[in-house]
Write a protein of this length. Structure first.
Length: 131
């Protein structure tokens, strides 16, 4: 999963914040598919195991820290500040993770959803405050 994200990040060159986020969300849609992919199933199992096994939780936490750093680095070129890139990631990450669970049962136009999320996150990226 992480390698696919890194490859996507390396291939993206848009200087438009909304376009960059939209392509990231579209990548997420494509990667997760209909929610029944092997990746989606494995992550649901990791989440379940992590609630009962601290060592699994530690590995999952380390994965998320690496994931957040990669997403911040991806968004930083189009963000007003590193802090705004991180805030944007804090909005995107729960969406990506939640989509793994809900995508099979929610009928949504992927393109329209990607545009909606991109527009919302673009506003966060433009905010240069350190909050």
């Amino acid at each position: 999963c992480f390698e696919a994200l890194e490859a996507h990040v390396a291939s993206e060159s848009s200087d438009d914040p909304a376009k960059r986020v939209q392509r990231l969300v579209e990548f997420g849609f494509d990667y997760v598919g209909d929610g029944y992919s092997e990746t989606a199933r494995v992550f649901r199992e990791f989440w379940a195991l992590s609630s009962r096994h601290p060592e699994v939780r530690e590995h999952l936490d380390a994965y998320y820290q690496r994931y957040v750093a990669a997403l911040v680095a991806f968004l930083r070129p189009v963000a007003a500040s590193k802090a705004s890139a991180r805030r944007a990631v804090l909005l995107l990450l729960p969406w990506f993770e939640g989509y793994v669970v809900t995508c099979g049962g929610v009928d949504a136009d992927r393109k329209a959803t990607a545009v909606l999320i991109a527009r919302s996150v673009a506003g966060v990226l433009a905010d240069g405050s350190r909050r």
